[in-house]
Write a protein that binds this ligand. Structure first.
Ligand SMILES: [Zn+2]
Length: 193
């Protein structure tokens, strides 16, 4: 019961301080020195609270935490097994299916943030969508907050090629590197032909 108490207190503290940076000393006082870090992880991973750290944003220092807003993360781990989560992220190439940001890399639309991927529903649960892998997709926290303001449609090959053609050579080489890493076998075959 003590565990539940400390988590409830932390939840309340974050909600009271939504949008404000709090630090680990405050959290430790509320939930106990040995407990608070695990409880914060649970609030994020099991309850979907959008709590970020210096791992997510460069404007936060180690030991600082921020509940970004009250909107829950799109689909959180409690409902979805680790296996399903791993399967969907792998199927989506660890890439946000809305904006193309890659997990762990600086976000293309907000370079201060490292891309953190969540699972989102293709068909919303309120519309009858399920938690099956077929109805899940990788989505980054920036898109989840609606910040990147992109359409849901994937770009067509013809438009992609047009963008790449007019990009500087150094960017074209980055594209080449990424494609070679993604399709090593196919690349070998093409070169042998
Ligand atoms: Zn995104």
């Amino acid at each position: 019961m003590r565990e539940k108490g400390s988590k409830a207190k932390l939840r309340e503290f974050f909600l009271e301080n939504a949008g404000k940076v709090v630090n680990k000393d405050e959290l430790g006082k509320i939930a106990g020195k040995s407990e608070w870090a695990r409880r914060v992880r649970e609030l994020r991973n099991e309850e979907g609270m959008n709590i970020v750290t210096h791992n997510d944003r460069d404007d936060l220092k180690p030991g600082q935490y921020l509940l970004v807003n009250l909107k829950p993360l799109p689909a959180f781990d409690r409902a979805i097994s680790k296996e399903t989560r791993a399967f969907v992220l792998d199927r989506n190439g660890f890439t946000c299916q809305m904006c193309g940001a890659a997990a762990g890399e600086p976000h293309p639309y907000d370079a201060n943030r490292k891309t953190r991927l969540h699972l989102g529903h293709v068909i919303d649960k309120s519309m009858g969508g399920t938690d099956d892998a077929a109805n899940l997709k990788a989505i980054c926290s920036v898109c989840n907050e609606g910040a990147s303001n992109l359409t849901l449609n994937r770009p067509q090959a013809i438009k992609l090629l047009a963008q790449i053609r007019r990009a500087p050579a150094s960017d074209q080489l980055d594209v080449l590197k990424w494609i070679l890493q993604k399709f090593p076998d196919q690349a070998k075959k093409l070169l042998d032909e």
